[in-house]
Design a protein around this ligand. Sequence first.
Ligand SMILES: [Mg+2]
Length: 235
Amino acid sequence: MTAAEVRARLADAAILLDFDGSLAPIVERPEAARPLREAPDVLRGLRPRVRRLAIVTGRPAAFVEALLPGIEVVGLYGTEGAPDVDQAVREEVAGLAGGEPGATLEDKGTAVAVHVRGAADPEAAAAGLRGPLARIAAAAGLRLLEGKRVLELAAPGSDKGVVVRRLAEGAEAVAFAGDDLADLAAFDELGRQAGSGLAVCRIAVGGPETPEEVLVAADLVVDGPEGLLDLLASW
Ligand SMILES: [Mg+2]
C-alpha cells in the first residue's frame, strides 16, 4: 500500500500518529520532549480535511494534549482509566531503577517506566533490568513493554493495535506513523485491515535508534519527524 492511496481517500481517512520520535525528536529526559515547531500548524491544517486525526501514544494523554492543543490524543496505549499500578509494585520498580546508575523512573500511574538513556551503557543497563522487571510484571499481571532505551510495566488489555482498530472504525483508509517496537502492534492491525479492503499506509519514522523490525514492517520510511511533517504537509 502507498501513501498515495491514503491521500486519494483523505476525506475518509484516519491519520494516526505516534508522538515521541515521530512528531517530537527523542531527547535525553522524556519530560523535555516537544513536538517540532511546525507540528501544531501542520496538524491543525490537516485535521479538517480528514475523517480523523489522532495521536496514539504511550504517554499520558494530558502530556501531549498540553503540547498539541485541540488534537485528539489516546494515551497510555489505550489503557487510560485502568487502575493504577499497585504501590508495592511501583516501589519495587523504583528500587530496581535506583540500583542502576543513570536509570530514571517515570511513574505514569497506570504504567511505570524505567528509562536507561542516561546510563553509561544503556544496552547493558536494559539487559540487567529486563529479567527482574519481567518477573515483577508477571507477578503483578502487567505487561513488560520495551522501546528505545526504555522498559515499561503497563496494564494489560490494550496496545496500539487495539487503539488503531477503534479509531479506524468507519474509515476507508488508515495511515499510522511510528518509530518504535510498540508501534508494531498498530502496523499488524493495519495489515489485517488491508486484508479486508481498506487502503492502509504503515509509515516508519526512521532515525538512528529506529528498530530494524519497524523499518522492515513499513510501507514507507520517512526521515525523522521532519520527514513525517513534510509528508503530512503535502497532504
Ligand atoms: Mg515513538
